[in-house]
Design a protein around this ligand. Structure first.
Ligand SMILES: Nc1nc2c(ncn2[C@@H]2O[C@H](COP(=O)(O)OP(=O)(O)OP(=O)(O)O)[C@@H](O)[C@H]2O)c(=O)[nH]1
Ligand SMILES: [Mg+2]
Length: 652
């Protein structure tokens, strides 16, 4: 199997074994009545994350640089054919995702371009299944698939005004002006977005490939800039050796890929076969390739090791014909190795950090509760054994003490109830700026301001204020989470001092990643519209559309922020509450049983035997729990994330 495929399979198997270990933990906890609602929710969340785990690779470039050919060569050479259409000139017309969703039959779902005349971004439309045209895919026939895949290249001719209505015509752009024919029509993509769903082995393991069309379509589909590309785990920016880095390549690099220092971004210098000149020595060719790589690296401000010279076309031919020498000459295997190293370890680390940590925390909290039970029972046993052979007055004293301690503990219970009240007040304040309603207000106010501003600077100010407002909302929520964290630490400290409990400190939490998302959206906006001095009607329409996508992206950011914050808040008190419940139950049981002994309703020996059984049971559970959580930790440790440190060092 090719290294890429086998590494993906390995990763998929690792993820499955992790999920299995977490399921086993959950099942055991539920069977032994140790699974509390909160822990169940957290484990469920971790399992959902694993089930939905995807690895997204985006191919971005100006048209005709060979993105589609590269995808064919890296992933789909096994079909023995070019399955994605790749040809001279503009080919791929709409952003195309290749993935496998097993809940659907193999098919191509395509969103008609006409949806662009309505408000809403592609991701808004993703929720409306009826808007998409569905074409079944016959995966048994390569030719049938090939035929179906051609639809990503479909175009239609429409009058200029119609294109304008879709935000696909900018009269100020001289390139577009010449594209209008004598009937006043212009060629546009038939589709706005396509999702190809088919059970390819790599896609089954959670790989998602995003093929994109060249510059103009990118400029006009803000979704790519704002969501699809930033959400990808690896971005391959493709250049061609025959054209070098042109102005429009640089535009794509800046507007879409942006953020050059990002460790997930690499550049591919494609079509190096154009340099294979029979009249040159291999040494001369090698020097020419290296010279071009350094030139590209310098222009893009990228380390030369992040620029991969390849020939996608020769790589594909070599794979199809089983020609090892040609494959090596295409240098495609080097790019594939880099891609694995770029993608898998970093992703595995994220998945490990999120899910292994969550499961280990649940296990640790359960262990604490069981250990508290164990300690309590040991103390009681000690106490009861010391009563053996003692007179009635000692028993009387102990009974009073037991009832006294039980009563005193109610004070602790009151404290935790009070803490819960404080937490719920603070979290109301925390959620206020994150609610959809708060965001809606802010959007409406901005839209009003935009509508009233006829001049470019006013408009720019309104948009700037919009982003500043979003950041402020997230920052104020962030400050509140700090306050809440301090409060919980305070409560824990008091419990530690008064009762000698040791509780793991609350998970730290911050909304910084969401603030970074807002900043990225703002940077994308500025890079496209920042320098705009004059606002023509066409530009206004484009900007409006971009802003709509920004709004839809903001909604995504806020609802994710709210969801994460809520999960965090809900996880704060349950570990303490669990201990309180455990302790309270024990104190009650203890007072009752010494009471019975005092009243001669029960024998001391019976109670001792009973406690010994409880102790044995708690210790047995602790042992099983240790095994279950060690298994999860071991799987976590098997994650091959060691290269990440190197990569990070490289990026720094
Ligand atoms: N010589 C040579 N030609 C290549 C290579 N890779 C791609 N091409 C050719 O370049 C042209 C464009 O390739 P595509 O794969 O369609 O490029 P793209 O980047 O997907 O272009 P759009 O879909 O239009 O955005 C096709 O004619 C390919 O055959 C290569 O490595 N060497
Ligand atoms: Mg293409």
């Amino acid at each position: 199997m090719a290294p890429l495929a086998s590494r993906f399979e390995e990763y998929g198997n690792w993820r499955d074994s992790l999920a299995k270990a977490i399921v086993d933990l959950r099942q055991w906890m539920s069977e032994t009545q140790l699974l509390e609602g909160d822990a169940a929710r957290r484990l469920e969340f971790a399992l959902d994350r694993l089930a939905e785990d995807k690895l997204v690779i985006a191919f971005v470039a100006e048209f005709s640089r060979g993105k589609s050919e590269l995808i064919n060569a890296i992933f789909f050479a096994d079909y023995g054919k070019r399955i994605l259409p790749s040809s001279a000139g503009r080919t791929t017309m709409c952003p195309t995702e290749l993935l496998y969703d097993e809940t659907l039959p193999p098919c191509i779902r395509a969103l008609p371009i006409e949806t662009r005349s309505r408000r809403g971004s592609t991701s808004d439309f993703k929720r409306m299944t009826s808007e998409w045209k569905v074409f079944p895919l016959d995966t048994a026939s390569t030719d049938g698939m090939l035929d179906a895949f051609k639809m990503v290249a479909e175009t239609v001719r429409v009058p200029v005004d119609e294109a304008r209505g879709y935000g696909l015509f900018d009269g100020d752009d001289p390139d577009q002006a010449v594209a209008v024919d004598k009937h006043g029509t212009i060629e546009i993509s038939k589709w706005r977005h396509a999702v190809i769903n088919f059970p390819h082995p790599l896609l089954k393991h959670g790989l998602v490939i995003l093929d994109t069309p060249g510059l103009n379509a990118i400029g006009t589909e803000p979704e790519l800039t704002l969501s699809l590309v930033p959400n990808a785990h690896a971005v391959l920016f493709v250049l061609a050796a025959d054209t070098g880095v042109t102005k429009s390549d640089l535009d794509v690099w800046r507007h879409v890929v942006g953020d050059a220092g990002h460790r997930n971004h690499i550049a591919v210098l494609n079509k190096i076969d154009g340099l294979w000149d029979a009249l040159k020595t291999p040494g001369e060719i090698e020097r020419e390739v290296r010279r071009q790589v350094h030139a590209v690296a310098a222009t893009l401000d990228l380390e030369p090791v992040r620029v991969f010279p390849v020939s996608a076309q020769k790589g594909l031919v070599a794979k199809v014909q089983g020609d090892e020498r040609l494959l090596e000459a295409s240098r495609l295997p080097l790019l594939e190795e880099a891609l694995i190293e770029l993608l898998v370890p970093a992703k595995q680390k994220i998945v490990r950090d999120q899910t292994v940590m969550a499961a280990e925390r649940v296990a640790a909290e359960t262990r604490q509760a069981l250990a508290a039970r164990e300690r309590g029972v040991i103390e009681q046993l000690y106490e009861l054994r010391s009563l053996q052979g003692k007179n009635q007055s000692s028993i009387e004293r102990m009974t009073r003490r037991a009832y006294g301690e039980q009563r005193e503990f109610e004070e602790v219970v009151r404290k935790i109830v009070a803490a819960r009240l404080v937490l719920s007040r603070l979290s109301e304040e925390l959620f206020a700026p994150l609610r959809v309603s708060a965001l809606r207000e802010h959007v409406l106010a901005t839209r009003r301001r935009m509508k009233n501003s006829q001049l470019s600077p006013q408009l720019a100010a309104a948009v700037k204020a919009y982003f500043a407002g979003l950041r402020e909302m997230l920052r104020s929520a962030n400050a509140k989470t700090l306050e809440i964290e301090q409060m919980v630490i305070g409560v824990q400290r008091r419990f530690a001092e008064e009762l000698g409990w040791s509780l793991s400190p609350p998970m730290t939490f911050s909304l910084d990643t969401y603030i970074a998302d807002v900043e990225r959206a703002e940077a994308a906006y500025r890079s496209q519209f920042g320098a705009l001095a004059v606002l023509t009607t066409d530009k206004w329409a484009l900007m409006q559309r971009f802003f709509d996508t920004v709004v839809s992206k903001s909604r995504e950011i806020f609802s994710a922020a709210e969801r994460d914050t809520e999960a965090w808040v809900k996880s704060l008190l349950p570990p303490i509450e669990m201990q309180v419940r455990e302790q309270r139950a024990q104190l009650k049981k203890r007072a009752e049983s010494v009471g019975k002994i005092r009243d001669a309703q029960g024998s001391l020996d019976d109670r001792i035997t009973e406690l010994e059984e409880v102790l044995e049971d708690a210790q047995g559970k602790l042992a099983v729990l240790r095994q279950l959580s060690e298994r999860i930790r071991d799987i976590g440790a098997r994650a091959r994330v060691d290269d990440v440190a190197n990569e990070e060092a490289l990026a720094a």
